[in-house]
Design a protein around this ligand. Structure first.
Ligand code: AR6
Length: 348
């Protein structure tokens, strides 16, 4: 997946480069800057001394020394002054300049902290939005894996209103399903089947397959190929891959427009394109459904082609349903919300 949000200490990230939220002296400080210098060791400071500082919105690169990362890219974010002093453009420039340096040094994976969102006071949700928008713009022209590393639980990463709306939607749907006895029985059966569905693993349907296979075996005892099976197989439905390619054409998108919008990398898309029976992960199907702006029925249909469903027994599914039924298809926004609710992110 080309861009993803993770919760981690950036000094532990095993990337080609990690980015440091530095100050203009480049001689170390508190926050993530202090953590990076501590983990990299004194040779990092020695190299930083040779760089002659750095302007706000610009970036410079050094070795990673004792860090798992090969390089540290030092960038200086703007100090938040209320938002009308060019902070957004300067912050976007930090991401752009860092990515440019990363590319010049052949980096395939880069991890950013939320620059300016600590001591420099940039509101977290807005800082995240600038990070996501700038990185995804960069990815429309370049191939790279970008991690946005969020360290602590602080203020919300999505707007309070959106958070409250989703919370209400989840509560309404989750509760109604669980107050009904019949549904509760269904839920138990479903969740047993779904135990192996780790979003990326076998689907609930696939998990239920052994039972279906046993039944089939009993039915088939007398003849190797039961009557009608060959005919039924000949009428097999359109596959996930076929449906995806058809929908891309119907929406008038190019393949690249679609997979980039879906936050899926080119290699994964090529695999799907070249294998008519490709079995995608659930998070991949949903990312394509959002990129193609499918209705909720079309989304269910596409999920079914891959052996998945949307259920009210899963918070992840309800959040996806919220965004699709509200016609909100921005993958960045969906992922920010999923992250906030501790759910897996969508994409490749
Ligand atoms: N891993 C990932 N993120 C971290 C870590 C970590 N180990 N530690 C903190 N953060 P800040 P700024 C997050 O203050 O706002 C320094 O003194 C933190 O929660 O480090 O750009 C410099 O020398 C926050 O979300 O950087 C400058 O003087 C984000 O990193 C000044 O602070 C950035 O917080 C720069 O301020």
């Amino acid at each position: 997946m080309p861009i993803t949000i993770v919760r981690n200490d950036i000094t532990k990230m095993e990337c080609d480069a990690i980015v440091n939220a530095a100050n203009s002296t480049l001689l170390g400080g508190g926050g993530v800057d202090g953590a990076i210098h501590r983990a990299a060791g004194p040779k990092l400071l020695a190299e930083c001394r040779t760089l002659g500082g750095c302007d706000t919105g610009r970036a410079k690169i050094t070795g990673g020394y004792d860090l798992p990362a090969r390089y540290v890219i030092h960038t200086v974010g703007p100090i938040w002054q209320g938002g009308s002093c060019g902070e957004r453009e300067l912050l976007a420039s930090c991401y752009r300049e860092s990515l440019r340096l990363a590319e010049e040094h052949g980096c395939g994976t880069v991890a950013f902290p939320l620059i300016s969102a600590g001591a420099y006071g940039y509101p977290r949700a807005e800082a995240l939005r600038v990070a996501m928008d700038t990185c995804s713009d960069f990815l429309t022209e370049h191939d790279m894996m970008i991690y946005i590393v969020v360290f602590d639980r602080g203020s919300l990463l999505v707007s309070e209103k959106l958070y409250a709306d989703i919370r209400r939607f989840v509560d309404d749907n989750y509760v109604s399903e669980h107050t009904d006895n019949t549904s509760r029985r269904h839920f138990r059966l479903f969740s047993r089947a779904a135990k192996s569905d780790s979003m990326g693993g076998a689907s609930a349907m696939a998990a239920a397959m052994p039972m279906a296979a046993q039944l089939n075996e009993a039915v088939c005892e007398e003849s190797a190929v039961p009557d009608g099976l060959a005919e039924a197989m000949a009428q097999i439905d359109e596959s996930f891959s076929q449906m995806l390619l058809r929908k891309i054409d119907e929406k008038g998108l190019t393949d690249a427009q679609c997979y980039k919008k879906a936050n899926i990398d080119r290699k994964l898309f090529s695999k799907i394109r070249s294998d008519v029976d490709y079995k995608p992960k659930k998070i991949t199907v949903i990312a394509f459904a959002a990129a193609l702006e499918l209705s909720i029925d079309e989304t269910r249909d596409m999920l079914m082609k891959a052996g998945f469903a949307l259920s009210h027994s899963s918070k992840f599914d309800i959040i996806i349903e919220y965004f699709i039924t509200h016609g909100r298809y921005d993958i960045i926004e969906i992922n920010e919300a999923l992250f906030e609710f501790d759910q897996p992110l969508i994409g490749g």
